[in-house]
Ligand binder design. Structure first.
Ligand code: 2B7
Length: 640
């Protein structure tokens, strides 16, 4: 125990105790997500130092023991005594709850995670933390253990080159708090790259020291969010070369936008506030979209491309094939909504509108060639919208009865309460036939797919809507699509994709996921989509039959059998496709809620999933097959 353990320090410990008692209040969850969140709380402080203009390189290292080291080359946390606490600033930042914004000097903190409570929370949830500061040619160290108890106050421990400055923090998450203490390299990599895109010219290096051969990725983007757009459009075909990049500041709010149109029909618009993904948009996004629609209409009318008699272009028209990153830096952001994914500050709408309108109008004036290409694209989108409206009317059900006889394809369930209903989307007619026979007709609906599903990544809405399979799916789901979409009208609680465990099955699954992701994203985000897992082997011994999903499980089970004496006889059969199972087998292995194994499809990082889908389903054919086999699982997390 250190000598500073006086009355105020006791209070400090009580503060951190609160974090340990209810960690969820401070970091959301104590699962893998919470575990990774700790890293970003520390990195955020380093990013703030970069935003202040003093840090060029941040290194994140996963050490052999799964502890994390974050290192920056900023000024180093001040080493003096903090006026409010009477202990060093370092110790204050790491032991006083909410020390971040309040103690750092007004307006210092502009980045920040969802919960923004910083270093002291990480300390409270760690078995040890070591903070090293390099400043004025001296090295200082401060150590904590066992949930944030100071075991060494800030101490000068050596000297260094005067040119070397910065802060290094090592922490090890407490296994008593977290469900898992194993860091995932790829999870850290995705966010590290994202932070590099969002913070122009800042180098971020991620290193993994856990294997005999170290893994490392280093990211630095001189073009910032322009390079993010380029990355997202990598497997698309842009219709103009230059990425439009504009920025401006008003009333302390900084807004930056990068955008480029491609030949595709979907939009990929992502927005951030202080480096946090605002996946439900908000006022910054609304301002930009409003200005985009207005400026394009003004330009088209002024240049007589849009005639007096023509209707104005809509928000949907001007978004078609648009990839856009919006990055807002705000000194006092208000996040709203259930997951805090929406910016609420109302003043930002006007500011974002102004900044975007100025920059975009100038671009159109200075680049008439590009302007022409963009306006033409939006005009074509408008014509397609009118055609799609007609096609969509065909998918609209007039009553609940309509769906029962829809083309004779959907075998609906009898129950009407969506919370207990499921729909199986089944590859092939023969598997569909078995599924219809083997199902529980009260709650399980079956939709057999005849042909291949249209790739919606490469088809415009009107063509997608003329596809029979897609129309049937839209009708069956009941939610409608696009602006009419209404999640509360979803007719099934579980949408289960049932395809073979081979490459073709995988391909169909990805096509369906692409369709769901582009047309019904809220359904995916709300966790209604599942993949059925048909078994690959059956192992029969005596009267029991055991179904297993893969070679690994098969070998495990056989090893288990072999442990028994005398060695039992068993018969291993490789299961054929879904289509070759009879109704009873299919029910038992894949559909019966008591035995089946479902995989929940989740989209954890929407931006990254978008890039994955574009790459999967976009223009380039060659890499696709391999990619499907290797990465189709990217958006799928084992969950059920
Ligand atoms: C409010 C607290 C969190 N802080 C400073 C200065 C630099 C600085 C920091 C940091 C994480 C892992 C390596 C300011 C801000 C404390 O006050 S925190 N650098 N890096 C960091 O935590 N990295 C600072 C003014 C003058 N000199 C230094």
């Amino acid at each position: 125990m250190n000598e500073n353990y006086d009355a105020s320090a006791i209070q400090v410990l009580e503060g951190l105790e609160a974090v340990r008692k209810r960690p969820g209040m401070y970091i959301g969850t104590t699962d893998v997500k919470g575990l990774h969140h700790l890293v970003w709380e520390i990195v955020d402080n380093a990013i703030d130092e970069a935003l202040a203009g003093f840090c060029k390189h941040i290194e994140i290292t996963i050490n052999k023991d799964n502890s994390i080291t974050v290192q920056d080359d900023g000024r180093g946390i001040p080493v003096g005594v903090h006026p409010k606490t009477g202990i060093s600033t370092v110790e204050t930042v790491y032991t006083v709850l909410h020390a971040g914004g309040k103690f750092g000097g007004g307006g210092y903190k502009v980045s920040g995670g969802l919960h923004g409570v910083g270093a002291s929370v990480v300390n409270a949830l760690s078995t040890f933390v070591i903070v090293t500061v390099y400043r004025d040619g001296k090295v200082y160290e401060c150590k904590f253990e066992n949930g944030g108890k100071t075991i060494q106050s800030l101490t000068e421990v050596g000297t260094c080159n005067k040119m070397k400055t910065g802060t290094t923090v090592t922490f090890k998450p407490d296994p008593e708090i977290f469900d898992t203490d194993i860091y995932d390299y790829d999870t850290l990599k995705v966010r590290t790259r994202e932070l590099a895109f969002l913070n122009q010219d800042l180098r971020l290096t991620l290193t993994d020291l856990r294997m005999s051969e170290a893994k490392q990725d280093s990211f630095l983007y001189e073009g910032g969010i322009s390079e993010y757009v380029k990355y997202l459009n990598k497997s698309k075909t842009p219709i103009h070369e230059e990425i439009i990049h504009l920025q401006g500041e008003e009333a302390g709010v900084f807004l930056e936008v990068a955008m480029q149109y491609n030949t595709g029909y979907n939009d990929s618009i992502y927005s951030f506030v202080n480096n946090i993904n605002t996946h439900d948009g908000g006022t910054h996004e609304e301002g930009v979209k409003r200005a985009l629609t207005r400026i394009i209409n003004n330009y088209a009318r002024k240049n007589n491309i849009l005639k007096d008699k023509d209707d104005s272009l809509t928000g949907e028209d001007v978004k078609e094939g648009l990839t856009m990153i919006i990055s807002c830096k705000h000194p006092n952001p208000q996040f709203e909504g259930q997951t805090k994914g929406r910016l609420g500050n109302s003043e930002v709408r006007k500011i974002a509108d102004n900044v975007f309108a100025d920059g975009f109008e100038r671009f159109l004036m200075e680049n008439p060639e590009e302007a022409k290409i963009i306006i033409e694209k939006t005009m074509t989108a408008a014509r397609a919208r009118v055609a799609a409206k007609r096609a969509r009317e065909l998918t609209r059900r007039k009553s609940d009865l309509d769906v029962v006889n829809f083309g004779g394809k959907l075998e609906d369930c009898k129950e009407k309460d969506p919370s207990v209903c499921e729909i199986f989307i089944v590859e092939g007619d023969s598997a569909g036939g078995s599924a219809i026979k083997g199902r529980d007709s009260m709650t399980q609906a079956i939709l057999p797919l005849r042909g291949k599903i249209l790739n919606v990544e490469k088809a415009r809405l009107d063509r997608a809507l003329s596809n029979e399979e897609i129309r049937t799916i839209i009708t069956a789901f009941g939610t409608g699509i696009g602006q009419e979409f209404d999640l509360s009208k979803l007719r099934y609680n579980k949408i289960i994709i049932m395809t073979d465990a081979d490459v073709d099955g995988s391909h169909i699954r990805v096509l369906l996921l692409t369709l769901f992701y582009r047309f019904f994203r809220p359904i995916v985000e709300a966790g209604h989509v599942y993949a059925a897992q048909p078994p690959l082997f059956s192992i029969k011994h005596g009267k029991t039959i055991k179904y297993v999903l893969n070679e690994e499980e098969r070998d495990e089970y056989i090893a288990l059998l072999n442990q028994k004496t005398p060695v039992p006889k068993y018969e291993i059969k490789r299961m054929k496709g879904l289509g070759e199972m009879d109704a009873e087998e299919l029910n038992e292995t894949t559909m019966d809620i008591n035995h089946r194994i479902l995989r929940k499809i989740t989209v954890d990082d929407v931006v990254e999933a978008d890039a994955a889908f574009s790459k999967l389903m976009g223009e380039e054919v060659e890499p696709r097959r391999e990619f499907i086999v290797e990465n189709a699982g990217y958006v799928e997390n084992l969950d059920v």
